[in-house]
Design a protein around this ligand. Sequence first.
Ligand code: C5P
Length: 224
Amino acid sequence: MTDSVRVIAIDGPSGSGKGTIARRVAAALGYHLLDSGALYRLTAYAAGRQGIALGDTAALADIARNLQIEFGSDAEGNERVLLNGEDVTFNIRTEDAGNGASQVAAQAPVRDALLELQRSFRKAPGLVADGRDMGTHVFVDAELKIYLTASAGERARRRHKQLMDKGIDVSLAALSRDIEDRDRRDTERSVAPLRPAEDARLLDSSGQSIEAVTNTVLDWANTG
Ligand code: C5P
């Protein structure tokens, strides 16, 4: 697949800061943004709403193929995710939705069903794509591929703060276990496992500020 529209792929494990960094880089460059994890979260959430089991691969793939979603912002400029016209921004951010996402994401037909939708985000002047397999599968020809990571402890602490800030109460110990489970499922699954692309640049964000990491990515984006 070749396409002249530039893609910056940012992959990495949960809590590595991908989402925040991808958002900042996209805003600085004026690029579009793909939060691919949201698509898996939406699939799992929609399945729950329809009473479909997370093991029913055929039904899940059907949901994924027919997702009616919109990424937009409200009057105050806050991001909003709509599913069939309903605001599900917060519903899909819970740890439950994340765990559900990781279960549906391990099923190849679901991943296939979301491929085209993900690629449709590639529009001029460019795209910053955040996920687990952006550089290894979805945008293999991305001009810049980054594998962003951080120590497991720091990732759990960041996630904890993020959730508490949103008013979602969860214990750090439970979160650490969830992160470990999710990491294991994501790296050990047979389809599109989480791993750095061969041509990815590794970036460890442990102990670094959001600004510092964003600037490193922008430097790489500007210097190639
Ligand atoms: O990044 P986020 O936490 O929103 O992703 C939720 C889950 O979706 C991940 O744990 C992973 O299992 C799955 N995912 C994936 N491939 C992507 C993005 C997310 O498998 N490109």
